[in-house]
Design a protein around this ligand. Structure first.
Ligand SMILES: [Zn+2]
Length: 458
């Protein structure tokens, strides 16, 4: 609190020394309730913003009368840092560039001021959009991107960098570094066990942040030891909680067991002692986990839920909706057992998320939205992910922290959160999200790059 007051006074004294009458802030939000990162609510505060920076925060009934160009009455509203979606994809090739471009505004529309792009085939466009967003010529969230994914030869996803030797690992990482991407995303469609671990180790020596899937030929502990910084999805964590991980891994290496085929065995051999050891290791090594529960829920119930009337579909081009077909068909044509197993796995993942959280593992809220990922819509899907985290047993505050706070920690980006001198990436909500996580959708304004967006949705 002292530091807080001192910083206010410093800010004010700097301002006042220029003669008070000269200082006119760009935006003033009056009498708003600020939700702090620890869950305390500072009531009826007044916030001043200059350009894209928080310039001052004043308590109720303050004696200072500062000027501003624009006043927003924040009475009975709640101020939060803008949301982060920590797993999105911009992809789908040339023909889907305009559709991907349209999602940028959608993110702002849903209060999302930062996204972590987890790889695709549109890296030049993504980097150009982000530049334009930063210099204020385009509406959209800050995009932190992995650039192209690293995978083996003839990888599943377009645009991936193929890796099959130490030399190609060096080349791939050189190319990411020359593109100034924010982290390394590793996929597992054709990547060998050795190369997977070598990518992580090599990235580590270059101080690059790594995130990825994990080939099932690798044991989780090996990935943690190599230095993996974030695990996308829960399959890999589940594997590390099995008392039979070594045996199952050996069967995968020998080719007698496949990825999906191993799930039932992994659940059956889930062992509480092994799990707690694994969680403790994840925590000790500061490895993040991105559960992606919402997409898991959508994909697990594709055979039962009719999405044809989803209102968001009106924002999507036909060519984009067409990318959903593969997953839809696979879900519908799956055997009765496979359908049942998928739902059981989802239920298991919800419990696993709570266990991870209780053990102190840092989670990231990420939706995995983008082309090919059926009915997981850019914008709303992050809010659905937050709902799922609460359904798993996190409090609304704990769920909120997995968005912007943990997102910036993972990518080691500073200057986020509501404090003087930080970026004014903000959302104004009509209802308190700590009371009900669905209130994250009661967005009145999103503030990004010094612009106030008024949100209205049907
Ligand atoms: Zn993804």
């Amino acid at each position: 609190m002292k530091v807080f007051l001192i910083s206010i006074l410093i800010t004010l004294s700097i301002s006042c020394s220029k003669k008070e009458s000269e200082v006119v802030y760009d935006i003033e939000i009056g009498q708003i309730n600020i939700i702090k990162n620890d869950g305390t609510i500072l009531e009826e505060q007044t916030i001043y913003i200059n350009a894209d920076t928080i310039a001052a925060i004043l308590p109720p009934r303050n004696i200072f009368y500062l000027k501003s160009k624009r006043y927003i009455n924040g009475e009975n509203n709640y101020l939060l840092p803008g949301f982060w979606d920590n797993h999105v994809h911009f992809r789908g090739g040339e023909q889907l560039i305009t559709q991907n471009e349209k999602f940028l505004e959608q993110y702002i529309n849903y209060g999302i001021t930062t996204v972590r792009d987890a790889g695709g085939d549109l890296t030049p466009q993504v980097q150009q959009w982000n530049k334009q967003i930063q210099n204020g010529t385009r509406v959209g969230p800050t995009i932190y991107t992995s650039g192209p994914k690293l995978d083996g030869p003839n990888a599943r996803w377009e645009g991936s960098l193929p890796v099959d030797s130490q030399e190609s690992i060096n080349d791939a990482l050189d190319s990411l570094q020359s593109l100034h991407t924010d982290y390394v995303k590793i996929y597992d469609s054709t990547l060998s066990r050795k190369q997977y671990l070598d990518i992580i180790k090599t990235a580590e020596t270059r101080a690059m942040i790594t995130s990825g899937h994990m080939p099932f030929t690798v044991e989780l502990q090996e990935a943690i030891d190599a230095g993996l910084d974030n695990i996308e999805h829960l399959y890999y964590v589940l594997k590390g909680c099995s008392s039979q991980e070594k045996e199952i891994t050996q069967q995968i290496i020998e080719g007698t067991l496949g990825f999906w085929g191993s799930m039932e065995q992994l659940i059956a051999t889930y062992d509480e002692t092994t799990a707690q050891q694994t969680f403790a290791r994840l925590k000790a090594s500061n490895t993040f986990v991105t559960p992606t529960l919402h997409i898991g829920d959508v994909l697990s119930y594709l055979d039962e839920v009719d999405h044809s009337q989803d209102t968001y579909l009106s924002h999507l081009e036909d060519a984009f909706i067409k990318t959903y077909e593969g997953r839809n068909k696979r879900a519908i044509n799956a055997s009765a057992k496979a359908k049942k197993d998928r739902k059981e796995l989802q239920t298991f993942f919800i419990k696993l998320t709570k266990s991870l959280h209780d053990a102190g593992v840092q989670l990231l809220a990420g939706s995995d939205c983008g082309a090919y990922n059926s009915y997981t819509y850019p914008g709303p899907s992050l809010h659905k992910e937050l709902e799922q985290l609460v359904k798993a047993g996190l409090t609304p505050l704990q769920a909120l922290r997995t968005s912007g706070y943990n997102g910036s920690q993972f990518l080691q980006k500073e200057g986020y959160g509501i404090a003087i001198g930080n970026k004014a990436d903000l959302v104004i909500l009509e209802k308190n999200p700590l009371e009900n996580i669905r209130n994250t959708q009661s967005i009145r304004h999103t503030i990004k790059n010094g612009v106030v967006y008024t949100i209205s949705r049907d």
